[in-house]
Design a protein around this ligand. Structure first.
Ligand code: MUC
Ligand code: MG
Length: 379
């Protein structure tokens, strides 16, 4: 039994190393909602709820994530046995609909506590347990300029940090985007895998034209080309286009995963812990993919160290991970908010080994970047 003690939620805003240009927003900073739960025995769990570009990516914002936790989830925690993570999350889901990012932050903190209590990494508490200790990691080239992207990609290859590059398109017209992508494919031919993410910004007709041209240019994968609820269009594109289609925004937990799989709407799933509604739900999304013969990719919401470690703990349990992951979020930020940064080497991220998430917050940095910097530090 682990009775509730205290909970604290706060937003940290950390600048990005360069503007990150996506179809729906240009990021200059990342805003992460950090949750700290401490049980009655003093065991601490940390979670993170992070989205992209305020409300431009999805229906939750940093402010709404914090408010959902503070107003509606916190009172429920005080009547739960926090050592029972699934029971606690089921109790929350009976009273809080949707709000997947907020739920994921809470479930992450509960799993961190459970792992610390049991002396096990989170990867041993979910899925079928850990099957890999490091994960291939993509980098997103999204400076907004073709030559800058090529220089950045060369540096990543030289440092042996990334050899999978994702390009963000959908902001310009199809021909201009394809020209940009084709130049990058040519620059890295035979040396890196190039994928694109349209973030829902094409009509089906644009996607038909765009996917065919991207295939000819050498692109390996096209992520969420059309609106997340255009399941029929996703199915037609998956059936008729040679380049595989990866579902991202369309995936919002197991039920959506089942619908996409049943409609043959994607060849690859970008599994995201927050979008799925937590690590257990994301694990179910992955199980549906595997059963349906859909390949797996470990997605990100550009989380900082906490959310990235949580995602890594889950992706380490995936039996197959054909398309690798994109867990580079902390590297996009000017400062790492963990006391010991995550380890990236030889094109992979090492999955933390310690109990729980296997990470510790850098309290000084957290205090410096807290939006409510005037709040008293609790240490
Ligand atoms: C998304 O839509 O996949 C992942 C990498 C990146 O640069 O943006 C994200 C969001
Ligand atoms: Mg995406």
């Amino acid at each position: 039994m682990a009775a509730f003690g205290t909970i604290e939620t706060f937003i940290v805003d950390v600048p990005t190393i360069r503007p990150h240009v996506l179809a729906m927003a240009t990021m200059h900073a990342q805003s992460m909602v950090i949750v700290r739960i401490i049980d009655a025995d003093g065991v601490e769990g940390i979670g993170e709820g992070t989205t992209i570009g305020g409300l431009s990516y999805g229906e939750e914002s940093p402010e709404s994530i914090k408010s959902a936790i503070d107003t509606y989830i916190e009172p429920l925690l005080s009547v739960c046995d926090l050592s029972r993570v699934r029971e606690t999350m089921a109790r929350i889901s009976r009273s809080v609909r949707g709000n997947h990012f907020a739920k994921c932050a809470i479930e992450t903190a509960l799993l961190d506590m459970a792992g610390k209590r049991l002396g096990l990494p989170v990867s041993e508490l979910i899925g079928g347990g850990r099957v890999r200790s490091s994960l291939p990691v993509a980098w997103t080239l999204a400076s907004g300029d073709t030559l800058t992207d090529i220089e950045e990609g060369e540096a990543m290859l030289d440092q042996r940090r990334h050899r999978i590059f994702k390009l963000k398109i959908g902001k310009r017209d199809v021909a201009a985007d394809v020209a940009h992508v084709a130049a990058i494919c040519k620059a890295f031919a035979g040396r890196a895998s190039i994928r694109v993410d349209v973030n829902q910004n094409w009509t089906e007709a644009q996607a038909v034209r765009g996917m065919a041209m991207l295939h000819d240019a050498g692109v390996d994968l096209v992520e969420q080309p059309v609106a997340r609820d255009s399941l029929d269009a996703m199915a037609r594109l998956s059936q008729h286009q040679t380049v595989p289609l990866m579902a991202d925004e369309a995936l919002n937990g197991p039920r959506s995963a089942f619908r996409i799989a049943a409609a043959a709407g994607a060849g690859v799933f970008a599994v995201k812990i927050a979008q799925s509604g937590g690590l257990h739900a994301a694990s179910e999304v992955a199980a549906i993919a595997v059963s349906a013969g859909i390949c797996l990719y470990g997605g990100t919401m550009l989380e900082g160290g906490v959310g990235t470690a949580a995602s890594a703990q889950l992706f380490a349990t995936f039996p197959e991970l054909e398309w690798g992951t994109e867990l580079f979020g902390p590297l996009l930020l000017t400062e790492e908010i963990l006391a010991t940064p995550l380890v990236y080497s030889d094109f992979e991220l090492a999955v933390p080994e310690g109990p729980g998430l296997g990470i510790v917050l850098d309290e000084d940095k957290v205090a410096r970047f807290r939006r409510d910097a005037t709040a008293p530090a609790i240490y």
